[in-house]
Write a protein that binds this ligand. Structure first.
Ligand SMILES: [Zn+2]
Ligand SMILES: [Zn+2]
Length: 751
């Protein structure tokens, strides 16, 4: 294909999507767009944001600490490189934001500043970043189309020579022509509305209100309810910015009051939200303290080309982040680092939708979001300014995550071969996430519970609390009934300190610090992979930096906040995992064998509970379920002291509950229902085979350290099978397989 044809085809594609997206319109063409979809076009920034939240949908999920609703936009699945910016967890924050935005929509205006507050490095800015990206994506869809307007002035020559200039003549032969579609040389000057204001603001207020009410409010016969669409103050009461007002009035004067002639100069253009180009998605850093100002438009070439009617004007245009953010979101990052007088103007917006700054009046259509850490917020609450702000703030708390697997998602997304330049070994991100969450947990308050639960809560150690939040698993030492009781109250434990100033999730290691630790661990040159051992060494290093990290100075209470000990806890968990994987990869007793054993036991017990007889496969006789076999199995899995009949009934109850919860699943996932029982089962067989395991491990090490010649054929094949299983089932490469085995030997089987 030759170059010209290729360019031609690309150009054709661009052109057709340009036309398809209706990028440039005359004013009357825009009015048609409005007529076609009045409720989409009459949206304010808050209504747009509400629709963005809805557009990507929600998903409801059960967790051990209660049901959550996730707003899918925070997954950033629509964004090719959004994966790394995905917001893990924080569903409560999402719900609070959706609620607040819904309130703005119902009120018809943005009457509060959304203040995201939490400890340093909780996901505050990522949450706003996700909103930005979602706004960007939505503004590129058909229903998300946004329009702004410009003033265009045709060249004198064209107008005089051509007579009837432009397009859009009315079918009735009237003289509504437009300069909107003139191209290149035919246009002498194009002045953009600096606010990206809504084109309908050009319609005089009274007519605009009538138009909006007639088109956007459904009539009763449509069966729709009035409250379905709330007209926003900005569309009803807003006015063109001062800059556009000057141009408008000058043109109106020049045309002796002929408004339609003024509109010929209006060019409506579709625009797209863009954080990079600061279009309707703008972040203000704390050091920047002028949010909007006036700037005189200098008499450049285009100003010289303006029609005579405009020459007399000295045009001032508003500039600054507040202006750039109009029609979208503005984010004040670390708002409270600034002196209150620099953002006092925000108080006015909730009353009038206008901002008055340095004699400058702006009608804004923008959602205000700010972030602050807890210390700054606490300080602000003490300040003399706080009482006036109090009613204008919507406080949204963004704590650290407390569910381990959700925390791990963050690191799994961001710590990859691509980002660290080496293979990420199994358990590397896991130990990091485990430690991070352990540092954040608070000792539960037993006095809030009664009866037996009180002592269960009292005895809960940090790792047990972590597991309860994460997987709803109760400590092994508990009986069935106790475990069930504790699980049922996991949500209460989780929300126990929500109302306290020092809530759980306020202190501890931040994901940002942990990410740095992971990146540092990846720098260890001797290691070919990023290994859990290297990560644990970094976590230990953090523990030594007491003066750097506030949370390390907390007092240890009943094992809570014992951050150095948590490194050892994380290590032990990791070693357990490695051990299990190696054991399984060596094929000693396979996972499917455990499942089979278990399923057979459940069948026996189920007959026993129902008092049924079982057919003896050999004799064909019906007889009671084999008590001996049940007891044999129970010796392995039933916690000591547990009453056997109670255990059996509890077991069948749990299986029944699983069936109720999963009516569609044909298979019962015993491992998921009874993780603790499976652990005991594995441990039991492991003890029996310890010696065999040890020898196999040594074979693997000899094989990997190039002593494969010293192994006989059978041993060598076994090692190769083991390594393959470690790779395929658990994601080890040859290097970290060796590291893992050495790590395990050194920590558990030597000295
Ligand atoms: Zn304007
Ligand atoms: Zn590796």
């Amino acid at each position: 294909m030759d170059a010209r044809r290729w360019l031609g085809s690309v150009g054709g594609g661009v052109k057709s999507s340009f036309v398809e997206n209706r990028s440039i319109l005359s004013f009357d063409e825009y009015v048609q767009v409005f007529f076609d979809a009045p409720r989409l076009q009459a949206r304010s920034a808050a209504q747009l944001l509400r629709d963005v939240l809805e557009h990507f949908g929600t998903a409801d999920r059960e967790t051990p600490v209660g049901p959550v609703r996730r707003w899918r936009l925070f997954d950033l699945a629509f964004d090719p490189d959004g994966r790394a910016f995905r917001v893990a967890g924080q569903e409560e924050v999402q719900a609070a934001l959706a609620r607040a935005v819904g309130n703005f929509v119902r009120a018809g205006r943005v009457n509060k500043l959304l203040l995201l507050h939490g400890p340093n490095g909780s996901a505050k800015s990522s949450i706003v970043g996700a909103l930005f990206r979602a706004m960007e994506a939505y503004s590129r869809t058909r229903e998300g189309a946004l329009y702004r307007y410009h003033w265009v002035f045709p060249s004198e020559r064209k107008v005089k020579g051509g007579g009837a200039v432009g397009f859009g003549s009315r079918p009735d032969g009237g003289e509504l022509a437009s300069f909107a579609h003139l191209e290149g040389e035919a246009i002498d000057a194009r002045l953009a509305c600096p606010m990206k204001d809504h084109p309908l603001l050009l319609v005089p207020k009274a007519e605009r209100r009538r138009l909006l009410e007639e088109r956007c409010r459904p009539s009763a016969r449509d069966g729709a309810r009035e409250e379905d669409f709330v007209l926003s103050d900005i569309l009803l009461e807003g006015e063109p910015c001062h800059y556009c007002r000057q141009i408008h009035d000058a043109l109106l004067g020049a045309y002796q009051g002929d408004w339609l002639k003024v509109l010929r100069h209006v060019q409506v253009e579709r625009f797209y939200v863009s954080a990079r180009y600061q279009q309707a998605a703008v972040t203000v850093e704390p050091q920047l303290s002028v949010d909007a100002a006036y700037r005189q438009v200098t008499a450049d070439r285009s100003a010289a080309a303006l029609p005579p009617a405009l020459h007399a004007l000295s045009l001032y245009e508003p500039v600054g982040p507040l202006v750039a953010a109009n029609r979208g979101i503005i984010e004040y990052s670390d708002l409270l680092k600034r002196p209150p007088e620099t953002f006092k103007y925000l108080l006015g917006t909730s009353e009038t939708g206008r901002v008055s700054l340095d004699n400058l009046l702006l009608h804004l259509d923008v959602v205000f979001v700010a972030s602050a850490n807890e210390k700054q917020l606490a300080g602000f609450k003490e300040s003399a300014d706080f009482p006036s702000f109090k009613g204008r703030l919507e406080l949204v708390r963004v704590p650290y995550l407390r569910r381990f697997s959700v925390e791990k998602e963050i690191y799994d997304q961001q710590i990859t071969v691509a980002s660290v330049g080496k293979h990420v070994a199994p358990h590397a991100t896991e130990v990091a996430a485990l430690w991070a969450v352990l540092t954040r947990l608070k000792r539960p308050i037993p006095d809030r519970y009664s009866g037996e639960l009180r002592s269960l809560v009292e005895d809960l150690v940090p790792l047990e609390k972590l597991r309860l939040y994460d997987a709803g698993s109760a400590p092994d030492r508990l009986s069935f009934a106790q475990a069930r009781e504790l699980r049922a109250r996991a949500g209460d434990l989780y929300r126990e300190s929500d109302v306290y100033p020092n809530y759980e999730g306020r202190t501890g290691a931040s994901a940002r610090e942990i990410k740095t630790a992971l990146l540092n661990a990846a720098q260890v040159a001797e290691q070919r992979c990023l290994t859990p051992a290297a990560v644990l060494a970094e976590l230990e290093a953090i523990c030594r930096d007491r003066s750097v990290h506030d949370f390390l100075q907390q007092e240890v209470v009943d094992g809570y906040h014992d951050h150095e000990e948590f490194v050892r806890v994380a290590e032990a968990e990791c070693l357990d995992g490695i051990e299990e994987e190696i054991r399984d990869s060596m094929g000693l007793v396979s996972e499917s064998q455990y499942r089979e054993l278990f399923a057979r036991y459940v069948t026996l017990v189920s007959h026993w509970v129902k008092g049924e007889k079982v057919k003896n496969r050999i004799t064909g006789e019906y007889e009671p379920p084999d008590e001996g076999r049940m007891v044999e199995f129970e010796k392995i899995v039933v916690p000591p002291g547990e009453d056997r009949p109670t255990f059996r009934r509890g077991l069948i109850g749990a299986v029944g509950a699983f069936r109720l919860d999963h009516p569609d699943s044909t298979e019962i996932d015993y491992v998921a229902i009874f993780p603790d029982l499976f652990r005991r089962l594995r441990d039991h067989y492991f003890e029996e085979r310890k010696r065999q395991l040890r020898r196999s491990r040594e074979d693997v090490l000899r094989y990997l350290s190039d002593g494969r010649a010293g192994l006989d054929e059978r041993a060598r094949r076994q090692v190769e099978d083991t390594l393959r299983a470690m790779r395929e089932r658990y994601g080890y490469c040859e290097h970290c397989a060796q590291d893992a085995i050495l790590f395990l030997m050194r920590r558990r089987y030597e000295g």
